[in-house]
Design a protein around this ligand. Structure first.
Ligand SMILES: Cc1cc2nc3c(=O)[nH]c(=O)nc-3n(C[C@H](O)[C@H](O)[C@H](O)COP(=O)(O)OP(=O)(O)OC[C@H]3O[C@@H](n4cnc5c(N)ncnc54)[C@H](O)[C@@H]3O)c2cc1C
Ligand code: FES
Length: 299
C-alpha cells in the first residue's frame, strides 16, 4: 500500500542576509509613492526602494512580509498585498492599530521615506499549486496577504487550474479591493464570491451571511485543489472545520498566521509558540502542521 505523506514547508534557519541588506537588522530606504484609503481604517501604501537596483531586483514569495520602520517611532511587520510578478514597486495595506500605524496614518504622506527589512517568513508554497486548482478564502484584513497571492496566480494564469476566491467582511464598506475584485471576476480571471455579515441597507450585489456559507456555493475536486485561508481567529475556527468537512485533507489547507513579532528573523523569541518561531517557520503553515499548536491559530 502506498502512503502519501503530507506536503511539508521547508525548514528555515535565521536569514543571514536579506534582500534589503547584509545586516538583517538594517532597513533599506523606501519612498512612499502613493497613498490610498481602502476603508476608513485601512490604507494602501505604494512603495519603491530608493536604490534603483534593489527596487528592480526585490523579489519575494506571496505570503512573506516585511518590517516597516519609521525612525524614532517604531517598527512593525506587514504582509505584502502586491505580487513579485510586478517589479519596481511593492504595496502594504495597513490598519490603524497603535503607535506606529497611527503615525503612518497621521503624518506620513506621498514622497516621505520609511525603512524596510525583508522579505521575511516563508510565504505560500506556490510550487505545490502548479497545475492545481487554488481556492483562496479570506476574512476581513486576511485579504491583504491573499491579494498578493491572487495577483501572482492571475499573472501566470496558464500555470494554475481554477482560481477561486471567497471573501467575507462585516459590511460592504469594509470590502478591500472591491472594484478590482469585481473587475477580475467580470474578466473571468478568477471565480470570486463576496459576502458581508450585514449589508446595512447599502447597495450590495454579493451575498449576505457569514463567509463560511460561501463554501456551499462552490463545487471543487478536493484531490486537485489547495485551500489557502487567511483571517481572524474566529474565521479559522469555523472555516477550517468546514473545509475539512468538505473533504479537504489537512495537508491541502494552508493558513497565514500572525503572531506578535519584533525582530522577524528568529532572534528575539517574541513570536515563539513552543519551538515554532512564527517569523521563520511561518507565517504560512499547513493545517496539518498547525493542528498540534492550536494557540497558533486561535489566539
Ligand atoms: C506576519 C504579520 C503580518 C502582518 N500584516 C499586517 C498587514 O498586512 N496589515 C496590518 O495592518 N497589520 C498587519 N500585521 C499587524 C501589524 O504588525 C500590527 O498591527 C502593527 O505592528 C501594530 O503596530 P503599532 O505600533 O501601530 O501598534 P501597537 O502600539 O503595537 O499596538 C497594537 C495593538 O496591540 C496592543 N498591544 C501593544 N503592545 C502589546 C503587548 N505587549 N501585548 C499585547 N497587546 C499589545 C495595543 O494596545 C494595540 O491594540 C501583521 C502582523 C504580522 C505578525
Ligand atoms: S519575531 Fe523575533 S524571533 Fe520571531
Amino acid at each position: 500500500m502506498s502512503v502519501s505523506l503530507p506536503e511539508q514547508l521547508p525548514a528555515r534557519s535565521a536569514p543571514r542576509k536579506l534582500a534589503t541588506g547584509v545586516n538583517p537588522y538594517a532597513p533599506a530606504q523606501a519612498r512612499i509613492m502613493r497613498v490610498q484609503d481602502l476603508t476608513s481604517e485601512i490604507r494602501l501604501f505604494d512603495l519603491r526602494f530608493t536604490d534603483a537596483a534593489l527596487a528592480e531586483s526585490f523579489n519575494f514569495r506571496p505570503g512573506q512580509f516585511v518590517e516597516l520602520s519609521v525612525l524614532g517611532v517604531g517598527e512593525g511587520p506587514f504582509s505584502l498585498p502586491s505580487s513579485p510578478t510586478r517589479r519596481g514597486m511593492f504595496q502594504l495595506g495597513i490598519r490603524r492599530a497603535g503607535t506606529l500605524t497611527n503615525y503612518l496614518f497621521d503624518h506620513v504622506i506621498e514622497g516621505d521615506f520609511v525603512g524596510i527589512r525583508g522579505p521575511l517568513g516563508n510565504g505560500f508554497p506556490v510550487e505545490l499549486f502548479e497545475g492545481q486548482d487554488v481556492l483562496l478564502v479570506a476574512g476581513g484584513l486576511g485579504m491583504v496577504p491573499l491579494r498578493g497571492l491572487l495577483h501572482y496566480l492571475i499573472d501566470q494564469r496558464d500555470r494554475f487550474g481554477r482560481v477561486m476566491l471567497l471573501y467575507g467582511t462585516r459590511t460592504p464598506d469594509q470590502v478591500l479591493f472591491r472594484e478590482e475584485l469585481e473587475s477580475l471576476a467580470r474578466r473571468g480571471d478568477a471565480e470570486i464570491l463576496l459576502s458581508v455579515d450585514n449589508a446595512q441597507g447599502k447597495p450590495w450585489g454579493g451575498r449576505v451571511g457569514v463567509v463560511t456559507e460561501l463554501l456551499d456555493q462552490v463545487s471543487f475536486d478536493v484531490t486537485n485543489t489547495y485551500a489557502i485561508a487567511c483571517g481572524p481567529p474566529v474565521f479559522y475556527k469555523f472555516m477550517l472545520e468546514k473545509l475539512v468537512a468538505r473533504g479537504f485533507g489537512r495537508h491541502r489547507i494552508f493558513l497565514s498566521l500572525e503572531r506578535r513579532m519584533e525582530c522577524g528573523i528568529g532572534k528575539c523569541g517574541h513570536c515563539a509558540v513552543g519551538y515554532t518561531f512564527t517569523c521563520l517557520h511561518g507565517p504560512v503553515f499547513s493545517y496539518w502542521d498547525a493542528i498540534n499548536l492550536p494557540e497558533l491559530i486561535y489566539t
